[in-house]
Design a protein around this ligand. Structure first.
Ligand code: ATP
Ligand code: MG
Length: 273
């Protein structure tokens, strides 16, 4: 029988025990964000907002233009000043978590002095990945978004949709624990959008623990990709709905399962009110 002494000897000392991983990828509590306007006044954009995203969840954030979606994303990325409340990413402050999330802003953020391939390489380079390996990874992700042939082109030689795909490849290539995507498929034509979304689905299937926060205006995209859809209106959450699994389209591209269609209708009505 083990004596208290032997038990104490075999237990891992407090100091060497790895810290428990937080269950939530994002934890926002009481977040208020205000912006100064050009006339000297201040507008509250987010008011006392609470939002928790468990690890491994795919959350789609929808809402009218100006409702504060990008502001939420930017707050999680640590890019806007917080008036009050807290934001934690993977249990730590956003600024400390930078290397652990991939962020694709809505506006084209490619570095103009780097080719498409070198843009995708950027984050990997910051991580210290060696040149040869880095180029291989970047090529693989450029291929996924259908841009193998454009690897050597400069951002100004790419169309808006191509630039968006390079930015997407750059965020994916980091294989981060958390992906923050602001309207990533918006500038793509319907055909390319479907192909890139399909690649995205397969990519996520290989990493089920990855958390995704996707901002989109496309409600069908939200319903078909996400596990959960949150509706934002005037900086406040007005809907938080679970998305049924197994959303599928028929050959005409229409949603076939009734639960998904029901969610789509609900979202449309929430956004109308
Ligand atoms: N830096 C800023 N300074 C002042 N006001 C800002 C700033 N950034 C955003 N806003 C304001 O905050 C509000 C929310 O903007 P935000 O970009 O978060 O909306 P959004 O939901 O992402 O809209 P969209 O769907 O058009 O992208 C808007 O009224 C916008 O004018
Ligand atoms: Mg936005």
């Amino acid at each position: 029988m083990a004596t208290p002494l032997t038990r104490a000897a075999t237990a891992m000392p407090e100091t060497t025990r790895p810290p428990a991983e937080p269950a939530d990828a994002v934890a926002i509590s009481g977040l208020t964000v205000r912006f100064d306007q050009s006339d000297g006044s201040t507008t509250e954009i987010l008011g006392n907002l609470d939002l928790t995203i468990p690890r491994g969840q795919f959350l789609a954030l929808v809402g009218r233009s100006g409702s504060g979606k990008t502001t939420i994303l930017n707050s999680i990325a640590g890019l806007v000043p917080v008036a009050s409340g807290t934001v934690e990413v993977l249990g730590i402050a956003p600024a400390q978590a930078r290397s652990r999330f991939g962020f694709m802003p809505a506006r084209d953020a490619l570095l103009p002095w780097r080719t498409a391939l070198r843009n995708v390489e950027y984050g990997l380079e910051l991580r210290g990945m060696r040149r040869r390996e880095r180029k291989g990874v970047a090529r693989r992700y450029l291929d996924m978004v259908g841009l193998s042939d454009a690897a050597g082109r400069w951002p100004w030689q790419l169309s808006q949709g191509m630039r968006q795909r390079v930015a997407l490849a750059r965020a994916w290539a980091l294989e981060p624990e958390l992906l923050l995507l602001d309207e990533p498929f918006a500038a793509l034509d319907a055909q390319t959008r479907e192909t890139v979304r399909e690649q995205f689905r397969s990519l996520l299937a290989t990493a089920p623990g990855r958390t995704v926060l996707l901002v989109t205006h496309d409600l069908e995209e939200a319903v078909t990709l996400a596990d959960r859809v949150v509706v934002l209106d005037g900086g406040r959450i007005t809907g938080d709905l679970e998305a049924p699994a197994g959303a599928a389209h028929d050959t005409d591209g229409l949603l076939t399962n009734t639960e998904s269609l029901g969610l789509l209708r609900k979202l449309r009505s929430l956004l109308r009110n």
